[in-house]
Design a protein around this ligand. Structure first.
Ligand code: HAM
Length: 419
């Protein structure tokens, strides 16, 4: 049998995990400074949650969800985090306990997209959601936090694109203006866009079909039809970003692939060949109707998610210092018991240790210690044990010495700590 991982789903092996840990550590440290707390909703939710919140006429709901029926329930592997987090917020009546909640999450998402570099079917997101704050100060703070985070990760060539979709009034007006512009050009649009013209015309702005590009470039701008409230919200967002000296680009064509957005929208795009066409490393926006639509009170929301694989592709390769550790090489049964005890006391001092239990030759164990980058190898043999000592090989300094069996863990721990 030749079983392989599912297409578009990747193994992350131990030799890659150091970079993942670093990324996750920087993300957590940053968002905690802004007082976000972690939430862990399930990976599986009722299908209806995503269909209603993301929107029926979106790529994700139309063709990318991993949906299945189990004991009569229609379920879906989460394609994104926001809907599930908002469902949890409503289900646990969190608004009654605190007026503003700042939550973050980190974990796998599932979308049946065509796999490519930077585009997978299982991928990881780190995201934040804020409930109870209508903005625009939080909108600006969130975008500024993301730009700072990119800098902390060493991703310097990145742009923050922002737009607004307005609230219901603006969107109805814009929809009409867009349909009036597109109707006469209908026959020249791609099939998907023709279909969307009736049900979801804003999505046409996000079309990648080359037949649509020129038409989209000439479309009316939403910024020309904003209601007064929406204009003020957007202007204040921009003035806060200016005050924070956050670089950004206004992109009136930015729409993103979810129907739940209202007002502020943003996307982070990294430059550079590593990502090819998958340049969006993160994105988000405001979703002021979602909590109410899920049966909660009228509480506004805003959030973003970052794609961790894409960030890793954009981050500079930095090895970071390797952690020092000790390999124990026992020669025989009594020696193995002694080696287990020494390893246990090394770990008690906070030093990583690993006992080679293969029963192989000293030569083979030393080869493994060198190849795996051990700092010291402790050889435990019958002759040494009879004298109450062990032999310590310094694999970097290429020296060796006998140390007392009872002191060896403390001595090596001291050396490792002060080196
Ligand atoms: P999104 O733009 O769909 O937004 O995803 C956020 C990020 O996840 C993207 O910018 C990208 O880096 C990464 N991503 C998306 N799809 C894939 C894929 N197939 N393979 C690899 N990476 C991918 C959301 O998911 C919203 N929930 C963000 C949000 C939070 N809005 C409000 N709150």
């Amino acid at each position: 049998m030749n079983l392989r991982a599912v297409k578009g789903m990747n193994d992350i092996l131990p030799d890659e995990i150091g970079r993942w840990h670093r990324l996750e550590r920087v993300f957590r440290a940053t968002v905690k400074l802004y007082r976000y707390e972690e939430v862990r909703p399930p990976l599986v939710e009722p299908t209806a949650l995503f269909v209603r919140q993301i929107g029926e006429v979106t790529d994700i709901v139309e063709k990318e969800m991993y949906s299945f029926t189990h004991h009569g329930d229609d379920l879906t592997l989460r394609p994104e985090g926001t809907a599930g987090v908002a469902r949890a917020y409503v289900e646990h009546t969190v608004h009654a306990k605190e007026p503003v909640s700042r939550w973050y999450y980190l974990g796998p998402m599932f979308r049946g997209e065509r796999p490519a570099k930077g585009r997978y079917r299982q991928f990881y997101q780190a995201g934040c959601e804020v409930f109870g704050d209508p903005g625009p100060a939080i909108d600006a703070e969130m975008i500024d936090m993301l730009v700072k985070l990119m800098g902390d990760l060493g991703i310097t060539k990145v742009s923050a694109n922002i737009n607004t979709l307005g609230a219901a009034g603006t969107r109805a007006k814009y929809r009409d203006a867009l349909v009036a512009y597109l109707m006469p050009l209908r026959a020249s649009l791609g099939e998907d866009s023709q279909r969307r013209l009736e049900r979801n015309p804003l999505r046409i702005l996000d079309s990648k079909d080359p037949r649509d590009a020129e038409i989209i470039a000439g479309a009316p701008s939403i910024l020309d039809v904003l209601d007064e409230d929406d204009r003020q919200h957007f202007d204040s967002l921009r003035s806060y970003l200016d005050k924070l000296r956050t670089p950004y680009v206004v992109d009136a064509r930015l729409v993103r692939g979810f129907d739940y957005y209202t007002r502020t929208l943003f996307e982070l795009r990294a430059e550079g060949a590593e990502l090819g066409s998958q340049s969006a490393v993160g994105g988000g926006g405001r979703y002021d109707r979602m909590v109410k639509e899920l049966g909660g009170p009228d509480v506004p929301g805003i959030g973003f998610a970052l794609g961790l694989e894409r960030l890793l592709l954009s981050m500079p390769a930095s090895a970071g210092p390797a952690r020092k550790w000790v390999l124990l090489a026992p020669m025989g049964d009594a020696a193995t018991a002694e080696a287990l005890a020494i390893a246990k006391s090394l770990r008690g001092y906070g030093v990583a240790a690993d006992v080679d239990g293969r029963g192989s030759s000293l030569k083979s164990m030393l080869r493994r210690a060198n190849a795996a980058g051990a700092t010291y190898c402790i050889v435990v043999g019958d002759a040494e044990l009879a004298k109450g000592t062990v032999q310590v090989k310094d694999l970097n300094g290429h020296s060796q010495e006998d140390l007392s069996r009872t002191d060896v863990a403390r001595i090596l721990a001291d050396r490792i700590r002060s080196s």
